[in-house]
Design a protein around this ligand. Structure first.
Ligand SMILES: Nc1ncnc2c1ncn2[C@@H]1O[C@H](COP(=O)(O)OP(=O)(O)OP(=O)(O)O)[C@@H](O)[C@H]1O
Length: 793
């Protein structure tokens, strides 16, 4: 199996990044050169806040780092100006929901035979979902924050009506390891969504039952735990012949939300550690990998910053993801070239340059490239070329073949990839694209595919499997697949998705080309990638051996604070950042959906301009918030891991990760929401002392330890007051979700007594001295019955 690393690729193309790191000294480390000049060069932005702690070793001892951002000055970001302005409407359009997507695809491709794809039903669904969100907010008497959000929601709803459709892109991914699993134990009114209901009905036999019953419970006005109890006690139609087996339940939940599955099964494995040590072992391997620190690209950054004189400028020299190769010099078809030109792409990115020639030859490829460096275009272009060489679909054929199948782990990524495909296909009028994703009615997709055959299908795994099993003639169409693409391949090959992927692979011809792309390719994935790839596939790694998998122009630091300080530290960090940059755009990642909601509530009470996104929100709400965030500046998006992978928000200035990331990969993907397209950004990881062990798994990355910002007594009081205004039920839900999440993490969840102590510390940090009671059933599922310190009900 030939492996191509950059030294080899350099022979193919002198413009690959290895040739553009003249200042990089492989093996150099910040730790080994612990002088102030190094820091000056690595962090020239805010030296007044930096002080070396004596005798630092490995990590930089930094007393305090401001979160001051260093944005690109207007006009300094050349390559993406056109797109950033929003001129390329098609390529990354917000697909608000299924209806919007259909509309948008229809409008985009009116010149093709597929025509307009919307229906009144779809619009109605979307409206009904919106109305429910609003009426719930009204009924719920959620206080001032909620009312403010409602009016903000109305505002951007209004702006959507005025012309969101066709705006350039957004998207968010959804891949939380544990959050959905534990949050799903809680009834969440926000999840009562017609789209899901419809799907639930059509899939009741298999996956839908649980979700549907949640909805039923919610309508009956039952409390969270009652909904849970009834579900797990085999009440009514909820169980529909299912075993009341926790593992199966959880798999069901995961099926509700595609993105959760990759992580969720592993969470279960942990959760059931006594029962399934094999799966746990996998996880051990992953978590225990030790990496070496190498600061060479940080030094590269220094050189670049001094050359450009603008710390916010696209580095362009040492770390640019753009190559010197131009698309118009490639052998791509003239129609593709026209589409590429219209999209504003001139030079290939490094990963595009490295993979295109190999893929055009028809080889299988596993490709690794950093976040935000154009992997989507890299796998779409060669796929489009394959289709363009095939005879056009005969409209009279009963079951027209699908030639390219792209699998993405989340609905949003699938929509984003479809949007990008449409941009590139602008002049290929005979090639059609469609998406099949969860959260919408299966029958609707069936009708749409019937009415508008497509050669390129972008899908989420669970929904695709549904079609394979339930849509007449679909399996026959898949027999036409010539190219199979797995985006975020490491995630798709993860335990949670594995069964679906295997089923899908079994449904497409063996004679095909397969493309696997991701920003992270852990060794486990290398070992199992043969389930999808031919033996003679090539591994194209555009991340130079010995360099970081993250961008050197993104400053990374971690801070350690006791749990009871997290909220106030987070508040101070945000306030500092906002004060430093009026154009701030911040993502705050939390461990679970319910913790996300709590943090969003709190920051809202503190009068910060904040939105929230997580898997317990209806899809239509999420896409609207996502779109608003994409277009906005001066906004904080508090999010679970639904936004961790693939989301392409422009100009994110800061990513804060509060609490333990699921794993090293998740840390990298979350951080990758900033520093995209060669821009600069910052990342802060806020950990409790007992979470600091995680840093060893990312110590090869240029992450430094920063001292905590000081929290004055007034600020502390302010945060406490704000916390007291947060709804009790949200605190209770956050407590339970928190407990579930950490129970599932290997290091923390092992010692149940300690875990409960920590959970109660978290409870106190929310102002609850008495930890909220948890349903007995949940406690027993978590293996926490009879652990002192927990209250049950
Ligand atoms: N050749 C190009 N020139 C300029 N911009 C490009 C080019 N190719 C892709 N882009 C843009 O770069 C951005 C990032 O691309 P994309 O989302 O595909 O990154 P990615 O590598 O898949 O990131 P992630 O790993 O986070 O999923 C997008 O806005 C895309 O439109």
């Amino acid at each position: 199996m030939p492996i191509k690393f950059l030294p080899q690729l350099r022979l193919l193309s002198p413009s690959l990044p290895v040739t553009r790191f003249p200042s990089m000294r492989p093996g150099a480390s910040i730790g080994s050169n612990g002088s102030m000049p190094v820091l000056n060069r690595v962090f020239p932005f805010k030296l007044k806040f930096i002080g070396l702690s004596p005798g630092f070793n490995g990590h930089l001892g930094v007393r305090s780092l401001s979160t001051r951002s260093f944005r690109t000055r207007p006009g300094s970001s050349s390559e993406f100006t056109r797109k950033d302005r929003g001129d390329v409407g098609a390529s990354k359009s917000l697909i608000e929901d299924e209806a919007e997507l259909s509309d948008w695809v229809g409008e985009l491709r009116t010149d093709s035979f597929r025509g307009r794809l919307t229906s009144e039903d779809e619009e109605l669904d979307a409206d009904r979902a919106r109305n429910r969100v609003r009426s719930r907010d009204r009924e719920g008497n959620r206080g001032s924050v909620k009312r403010r959000r409602e009016s903000e929601f109305d505002n951007f709803r209004e702006s959507n009506r005025r012309g969101t459709r066709g705006n350039p892109g957004y998207s968010f991914s959804r891949n939380s390891r544990f959050s959905k699993r534990f949050d799903s134990e809680l009834e969440d009114e926000d999840n009562d969504d017609d789209e899901e209901e419809e799907e639930s009905c059509s899939r009741r036999k298999t996956r839908g039952a649980k979700r549907e019953n949640k909805k039923v419970d919610s309508r009956k006005g039952r409390g969270n735990e009652r909904g849970l109890n009834s579900r797990n006690m085999g009440n009514g139609r909820r169980n529909l012949g299912r075993k009341s087996n926790f593992r199966e339940d959880k798999d069901d939940d995961a099926n509700d939300f595609e993105e959760e599955r990759g992580r969720v099964v592993r969470a279960t494995a942990n959760f059931l550690s006594e029962e399934d040590s094999d799966i746990n072992d996998d996880e051990d391997d992953e978590d225990d990998v030790i990496f070496r620190k190498n600061a060479s690209s940080a030094l590269g950054l220094d050189k670049d910053v001094r050359q450009t004189g603008s710390p916010r400028s696209s580095p362009g020299k040492s770390d640019s993801y753009l190559s010197e190769s131009r698309f118009d010099q490639s052998s791509l078809s003239p129609l593709s070239l026209k589409g590429i030109k219209d999209a504003g792409y001139e030079k290939m990115t490094v990963v595009q340059e490295a993979t295109l020639p190999v893929l055009l030859k028809g080889k299988d490829v596993l490709a690794k490239a950093k976040t935000g460096t154009g992997k989507t275009v890299a796998f779409l272009l060669p796929s489009i070329e394959v289709v363009s060489k095939l005879p056009p679909i005969d409209r009279d054929v009963k079951r027209p073949p699908i030639h390219v199948l792209v699998i993405c782990p989340t609905r949003e990524l699938a929509s984003q990839a479809a949007a990008e495909a449409n941009t590139l296909l602008k002049y290929h009028s005979s090639i059609g694209v469609q998406v099949v994703i969860g959260g919408t009615r299966l029958a609707l997709e069936q009708k749409r595919m019937q009415a508008n055959p497509c050669q390129i299908l972008v899908a989420t795994p669970g929904r695709l499997r549904d079609h394979i099993e339930n849509t007449a003639g679909f399996a026959t169409k898949l027999m036409g697949v010539k190219v199979l693409v797995l985006d975020e391949a490491d995630h798709l090959l993860d335990m949670g998705f594995r069964k679906d992927i295997e089923r899908i692979i079994a449904s497409v011809p063996k004679q095909r080309q397969t493309l696997l792309f991701s920003a992270t390719v852990p060794e486990e994935v290398r070992q199992i990638c043969h389930i999808a790839l031919r033996r003679d596939h090539e591994f194209i790694n555009t991340v130079l051996e010995g360099t970081e998998e993250t961008h050197s122009q993104v400053r990374q630091m971690h801070m350690v604070a006791p749990l009871d300080k997290h909220f106030s530290v987070l508040y101070v960090l945000l306030k500092e950042h906002i004060a430093d940059d009026v154009d701030y755009k911040v993502l705050v990642f939390c461990t679970t959906a319910m913790v996300t909601r709590l943090v969003a509530d709190l920051l809202g009470e503190l009068n910060l301009n904040v939105r929230e996104i997580h898997s317990r929100k209806p899809q239509s709400y999420r896409t609207r918030v996502s779109d608003e965030f994409r277009r906005s500046k001066g906004l904080i998006l508090v999010t679970s891991d639904v936004s961790a992978r693939g989301v392409d928000y422009p100009d994110v200035t800061l990513v804060i990760q509060v609490g333990l990331p699921a794993d090293r990969q998740q840390y990298i993907h979350r951080l990758g929401r900033t520093g995209r397209k060669g821009k600069e950004g910052q990342g802060i990881l806020l950990l409790a002392p007992w979470e600091e062990y995680f840093v060893s798994s990312i110590k090869d990355l240029p992450i430094t330890k920063a001292h905590l910002p000081s929290v004055d007594p007034d600020t502390k009081k302010k945060v406490e007051r704000a916390l007291s205004n947060v709804e009790m039920k949200n605190k209770e839900a956050a407590y339970q979700a928190w407990l579930g999440y950490y129970n599932s993490t290997k290091n923390v969840g092992r010692d149940k007594y300690r875990l409960v102590e920590l959970a109660n510390e978290f409870s106190r940090s929310m102002g609850l001295d008495n930890p909220p009671p948890i349903p007995k059933l949940v406690l027993s599922k978590m293996g926490l019955r009879n652990i002192p310190g927990l209250r049950s009900k």
